[in-house]
Design a protein around this ligand. Structure first.
Ligand code: GDP
Ligand code: MG
Length: 175
């Protein structure tokens, strides 16, 4: 470890969710403070890192962005081992919440039975006029899973840091 790399903890977090919910943009915003309206398809898996400080502890987050399960079914499971999850849906897309409730919840159960920390994220809340999923609906689903819930906007940079800090604080409290 060189000086720049010094940290107290390293946590691995995987962003999961339907295509185009904003996973790639969440990481660009959180790690590089960048956002684009262009859609660049993610191929395979990639990660970014960000080091944050909570209660005097230096924490390095390794954030994984994995692309659609349809094409990478076989490689997906290994990304979950020991990873916390950032479950993302898009408030303008009904299928994206169904996808979390169905596909991803099953997938997570298949890979691990550890009760690892998760957070539910409804993205794109700047698109109020296109909203399909109410905030109450998102909250209700998160309550059922007993996990925290945030609506965010990557575009307007709303609540992204709060969501990552909340999840990281929960992880810290459970080690
Ligand atoms: P991914 O497939 O989950 O990685 O989704 P991307 O991060 O590539 O985003 C898909 C599309 O949604 C892109 O065109 C983004 O610009 C757009 N997008 C992402 N986040 C937001 C947001 O908060 N608000 C709006 N309006 N568009 C967003
Ligand atoms: Mg992507």
């Amino acid at each position: 470890q060189n000086k720049k790399e010094k940290y107290d903890f390293m946590f691995k977090i995987v962003l999961v969710g339907f295509f185009e919910v904003g996973k790639t943009q969440i990481l660009s915003r959180f790690c590089d403070n960048q956002f684009t309206d262009e859609y660049e398809q993610t191929i395979g898996a990639a990660f970014k890192t960000k080091t944050i400080e909570i209660e005097g502890k230096i924490i390095k987050l390794q954030l994984w962005d994995i692309s659609g399960p349809e094409r990478f079914r076989t490689i997906t499971p290994m990304y979950f081992r020991g990873a916390k999850r950032f479950l993302v849906y898009d408030i303008t897309n009904q299928d994206s919440l169904r996808n979390i409730n169905g596909y991803w919840m099953e997938k997570i159960k298949e890979v691990t039975n550890e009760n690892l920390q998760m957070i539910l994220i409804g993205n794109k809340n700047d698109l109020e006029e296109k909203r399909i999923i109410s905030k109450e609906k998102g909250k209700e689903f998160a309550d059922k899973l007993q996990i925290p819930f945030y609506e965010i906007s990557v575009k307007n940079n709303i609540n992204i840091d709060d969501a990552f800090y909340h999840l990281t604080t929960n992880i810290l409290e459970n080690i």
